[in-house]
Ligand binder design. Structure first.
Ligand code: SF4
Ligand code: SF4
Length: 382
């Protein structure tokens, strides 16, 4: 009888969560994630998290011990929301690509708002004073560990959580509580023998099943990395200017994923395949206005412009030569260097003319080096 009452409670919580817009609602305990902790520490020591200065050993310990995040933590409610949308834009001349998750409103604010409402509903259902803490990819919390252990999904070899209904196109959120709830069981699914994502990653960033070397991943290079992108990786980045979906696009689990329902994640016009020349010409005021509540703001204007240069170089469309040539005289050294690289990759007499003029004017020795190697590359093509 007591067990039935308990299950009723959990079922009520889940059904209320779904009516608040969460596609998946599962429960796990607040036990530490010891195995995840030791694997994450190993990733740091192996250098696979290099470049993410905030991802420290201290943080790893905290994120894997929910009791350090909330006094008396007993349960974690793990939620998932699909952001999959029918593509509304086809690729155009001089366009780049933005990862699917960043084509609508910033998921942090959308999920947080709904999780706050959910917290109030859960407190009402439990009928007691409940202490809680909410996470949406914004603090030290092992979100994937909670999703896996609660049976919301399983860990894919590309390090994304895969769900049976929505594939890996989901945002995750967590509500930690100091009340014991009946936990769900993990799924028994795995990737099996599949290695498609590992084989198809253009930069070889999935260095082993379940291990992504951050410094090689296009997502890191286009969003987190500040400054110059390593030259040997630029040709492998294709036309991605914010994130990369390749290891998800090729995943067989995602082929039958259901579409998301939340209106906040509807693609905004111009966000999935933005015009790269318009990005080269963006000023700070327009950038801040256009991307105010979009995940894209994380790349900052300088990062987005730098990425647009790389994508224009890789697109191979000589219509980009003129707009890129103007960038050779921009005040940002990083921007000038990437424009030079792109012109070297596009080649042709016009590119050469602009690069020679820029070399004569350039005062920064690093950028002179970039321009010179772009010119050397042109000679190699001749
Ligand atoms: Fe590779 Fe792109 Fe996946 Fe990163 S996001 S692991 S670069 S396929
Ligand atoms: Fe797993 Fe294959 Fe999907 Fe990679 S592509 S995450 S190995 S199912």
């Amino acid at each position: 009888m007591e067990q039935n009452l308990l299950s009723d409670l959990e079922e009520k919580i889940k059904s209320q969560g779904k009516s608040l817009g969460f596609d998946l609602v599962r429960i796990t305990t607040a036990e530490p994630f010891y195995r995840d902790e030791s694997e994450a520490l190993k990733r740091i020591r192996d250098g696979h998290m290099d470049g993410l200065s905030w991802y420290t050993e201290d943080r790893v310990r905290k994120m894997n011990r929910p009791g350090l995040l909330l006094d008396g933590a007993r349960s974690i409610i793990s939620v998932g929301v699909s952001y999959l949308e029918q593509n509304i834009e086809s690729e155009k001349m001089l366009s780049g690509k933005v990862s699917r998750y960043a084509r609508g409103t910033d998921y942090h604010s959308v999920l947080k708002l709904r999780l706050k409402k959910f917290r109030d509903v859960v407190s009402d259902i439990l009928g007691e004073n409940v202490n809680t803490r909410i996470f949406v990819d914004d603090g030290p919390m092992n979100d994937k560990g909670a999703a896996r252990r609660s049976g919301l999904g399983w860990m894919g070899k590309n390090t994304n959580i895969l769900t049976p209904t929505y594939g890996s196109w989901i945002f995750l959120g967590q509500l930690i509580l100091d009340v014991a709830l009946k936990p769900d069981k993990p799924l028994k699914k795995t990737c099996g023998n599949c290695t498609i994502c590992i084989d198809d990653c253009p930069t070889g960033a999935i260095v082993a099943p379940y291990v992504v070397d951050n410094s090689l991943c296009i997502s890191y290079l286009t969003i987190e990395l500040k400054g110059s992108i390593p030259i040997h990786l630029r040709p492998l980045m294709g036309d991605w200017i914010f994130g990369c979906d390749i290891c998800q696009d090729v995943c067989p689990v995602n082929k039958k994923a259901e579409m998301g329902k939340l209106p906040e994640f509807k693609q905004r016009p111009g966000f999935s395949t933005p015009n790269l020349v318009e990005i080269l010409n963006l000023d700070q005021e327009t950038f801040s206005k256009v991307y105010k509540d979009s995940p894209i703001k994380r790349a900052k204007l300088a990062g987005l412009k730098r990425n647009a240069c790389v994508a224009l170089g890789n697109n191979g469309d000589v219509a980009a030569v003129k707009p890129l040539s103007k960038v050779l005289f921009d005040s940002s050294a990083v921007f000038r260097g990437h424009a030079a690289w792109a012109l070297g990759r596009l080649g042709g007499p016009e590119s050469e003319k602009h690069l020679r003029k820029a070399l004569a004017d350039e005062g920064d020795p690093d950028i002179r080096g970039e321009i010179q190697s772009a010119l050397d590359g042109l000679r190699d093509l001749a």
